[in-house]
Design a protein around this ligand. Structure first.
Ligand code: PAF
Length: 281
């Protein structure tokens, strides 16, 4: 696996792969790779792409007081995993390479409305940071395809929308959430959980699955079901940020009669923010 740090280098690598007839997929990550990330690489390779991965802990998507400084950084292990998974090239830029100008002066990509809901409401500026860095990474690598996890469902919709609105010549693929055996969605932030919190964490996913059953089988209004689920999580020991039954297409609150629904939710367990989602059958 070729490891590069400069924009010009990754462009050269991708151009060389393309010249060899390869179709190139980008898998953007913030590192600390787990099996969920490796599923993205595997999906891209299964679809016939040569994989370029990136590792960059993007300061623009972290708010003041969030975990930018303590976000887990494990480059050596990540390089081993990416190599074993058959990644052709890893782009690992320094912050200065991605943001040569002060962050406050950086041109940004705004996906209005979709970015303001749910996680966006609790983390102002977060999706602006995500859209901006993903747009830059897509422009830098110029891949044919890019792969993202469905665990970050709102992020995936923001990226799809940005790609469409800006006519970026890339196909975006979502890959199913990888879960621990007890149902907890894999996330680099799970490493922050204490032993007691880790034991409680799967209750979050179980509550969303139960809510999904209620959406399908009860007559109760969606807003009432959301409040009940949020209250259950709260009394189980979580701090509930939001639980929302919404339309997959635009993430707006759904009503009975709407189809293609997803339940999005975020909680805090101690100091750790967890997000998850369940599509409604
Ligand atoms: O999902 C992530 O790891 C990040 O938000 C992403 C897409 C790599 C952008 O920094």
């Amino acid at each position: 696996m070729k490891i590069v740090e400069r924009v010009a280098e990754v462009r050269r690598e991708v151009a060389a792969l393309r010249a060899n007839g390869s179709s190139v997929a980008l898998v953007p990550t913030m590192g600390n790779l787990h099996a969920g990330h490796m599923d993205l690489i595997a999906a891209a390779r299964r679809d016939g792409h040569t994989v370029v991965a990136s590792i960059f802990v993007n300061p623009l998507q972290f708010g003041a007081g969030e975990d930018l400084d303590r976000y887990p950084r494990t480059p050596d292990e990540d390089i081993e995993k990416l190599t074993a998974a058959g990644t052709a090239c890893l782009f690992m830029p320094q912050a200065k390479e991605m943001y040569p100008v002060p962050l406050a002066e950086q041109t940004a990509v705004e996906v209005p409305r979709l970015s303001d809901l749910h996680c966006g409401a609790s983390r102002p500026g977060h999706f602006r940071g995500v859209a901006t860095v993903v747009c830059k990474l897509l422009n830098i690598a110029q891949p044919d395809a890019a792969y993202f996890g469905e665990k970050d469902f709102q992020q995936l919709q923001v990226i799809r929308r940005m790609t469409k609105d800006l006519c970026l010549p890339v196909t975006i693929f979502g890959v199913a959430t990888r879960r621990e055996e007890d149902g907890l969605a894999m996330s680099s932030r799970n490493g922050y959980l204490t032993t007691e919190e880790r034991a409680l964490a799967p209750t979050f996913h179980r509550a969303l699955r139960a809510l999904s059953d209620q959406v399908s089988h009860s007559e109760t209004a969606f807003r009432e079901l959301e409040s009940q689920c949020a209250a259950q999580l709260q009394s189980a020991g979580f701090h509930t940020d939001y639980v929302s039954i919404c339309r997959r297409s635009d993430l707006q609150p759904a009503s009975r009669g709407d189809v293609e629904l997803v339940i999005l939710a975020a909680v805090k367990l101690g100091e750790t923010r967890l997000i998850d989602n369940v599509t409604v059958a």
